[in-house]
Design a binder for this molecule. Structure first.
Ligand SMILES: Cc1cc2nc3c(=O)[nH]c(=O)nc-3n(C[C@H](O)[C@H](O)[C@H](O)COP(=O)(O)O)c2cc1C
Length: 395
């Protein structure tokens, strides 16, 4: 297993501590996602728990592996909320989930063509226990003054091909006895604001799985044109460079990647302008009329969205959805957008994720009952001017 390559192409900061740009996108470039490696037999490092440092691209040992650890690696993805909440206030919690989804996509893309499975519903307590982390509520007692890590998602590289169902890669890691493992990295923080405490509490609540705590693990695949080079060169384009409509066939391919990314993910549609404005799905036309001006208002008034070449939208998730669905929907939306952005990059398209949706009730706007079909995430797409040629009508 080439874990070194997978981490270098997904989570590592290419320029080390000075670098700001990474393979995965992140709201406000704040990069709140951390990775813990649970390595069983057959990995390039001795079995054990490790904390991954993306700045140095090193794995720091944090404790032994259980004797019955399965072959292969599990990567537990956590988020620290402090900086994102300081930046986005009460709008931070969906962004933290979306960011974790983007990081999971980066990891899945970088691992391919080796087998990799991703779970967005493994119980948060089992994930934290497996990674040797306290749960959010117990964090301050154990490591006072440090930024709690909230466990949200995991990727599994089993080494043995497709696993037999039901797969429980975390079970051995989370089983007692729990050895005390050291804090991954000292990062003293000040006392949390009410907003920060609320965001942490909400994410902890969302990550508590209601039923099968082992989680469901879905195989990940890399869209065909994506290469290792694509992963290292992906960038979010400046809004001013996102005005040219993408070629319809390329838009359709990227939309299909987003829509097919996860069986447990939200629905996807594409808002386009031009001569035949409307909302399209992989199955055909969802609505006519230019949705982009409304999208610009809903996305915290980001006016550039009103003239973006096209905007992919993840939508679903009713207002009264159970916590597990809210978590899974946002993680899967970020994940699908991550795959779609890589695919767009490989096709020569420009792109930029859009995360700050406010009261974006797509269902109500399309004439359905309010509160049932919210926009969770977006990805603006555009063609480079030099590749455009004469405009092609949308089918
Ligand atoms: C979940 C998420 C939400 C984002 N939301 C917005 C947004 O609302 N508006 C925007 O201009 N950029 C948004 N971005 C793009 C980030 O600002 C961008 O990823 C970051 O600056 C890092 O740049 P890079 O993607 O080129 O690595 C978002 C990115 C992510 C992952």
């Amino acid at each position: 297993m080439d874990l070194d390559r997978a981490l270098r192409l997904s989570l590592a900061v290419p320029g080390g501590t000075a670098g700001r740009l990474r393979p995965a996108a992140s709201a406000g470039a704040l990069h709140p996602v951390r990775a813990h490696l649970l390595l069983g037999p057959g990995c390039p490092l001795p079995p054990g728990r490790y904390a991954y440092d993306p700045h140095t691209h090193r794995a720091h040992p944090r404790g032994p592996a259980p004797a019955d650890a399965p072959p292969g690696a599990v990567v537990v993805l956590t988020v620290t909320a402090t900086r994102t909440v300081a930046h986005y206030g009460h709008r931070a919690w969906p962004l933290l989930l979306l960011d974790a989804g983007h990081a999971a996509a980066a990891l899945a893309l970088a691992t391919a063509p080796a087998d990799v499975f991703v779970s967005f519903d493994a119980d948060g307590v089992e994930l934290s226990t497996a990674a040797g982390l306290p749960r959010a509520g117990a964090w301050q007692d154990r490591w006072p003054g440090t930024d709690p890590e909230l466990s949200l998602a995991a990727a599994w590289l089993p080494l043995t091909g497709a696993p037999a169902a039901p797969a429980r890669p975390l079970a051995a890691w989370a089983a007692p006895p729990h050895t005390a493992v050291p804090k991954p990295r000292p990062d003293a923080t000040t006392a949390p604001s009410r907003e920060l405490a609320a965001a942490r509490h909400l994410l902890d609540h969302l990550a508590a799985a209601p039923g099968d705590i082992g989680g469901t693990w879905h195989a990940a695949a890399r869209p065909a044109p994506v290469t290792d080079g694509t992963l290292l060169t992906r960038r979010s384009a400046a809004p001013a460079d996102l005005t040219h409509p993408p070629a319809p066939d390329l838009l359709a391919r990227v939309l299909a990647t987003a829509a097919e990314a996860r069986p447990d993910g939200p629905a996807w549609a594409a808002a386009v302008g031009g001569d035949a404005p409307g909302l399209r799905t992989t199955a055909g036309r969802l609505a006519t009329g230019d949705a982009r001006p409304a999208l610009a208002r809903w996305a915290a008034g980001q006016r550039w969205i009103g003239t973006a070449g096209a905007v992919l939208l993840a939508h679903g998730c009713p207002a009264d959805a159970p916590p597990a669905q809210v978590r899974r929907g946002h993680l899967a939306a970020g994940y699908a957008a991550g795959l779609a952005q890589a695919h767009a990059t490989a096709l020569g398209l420009r792109s930029r994720p859009i995360g700050s949706w406010q009261q974006a009730d797509l269902g109500e706007a399309l004439g359905d009952a309010p509160g049932h079909d919210w926009i969770l995430h977006g990805l603006a797409l555009a063609g480079p001017p030099e590749q455009d040629g004469p405009p092609t009508p949308y089918p």
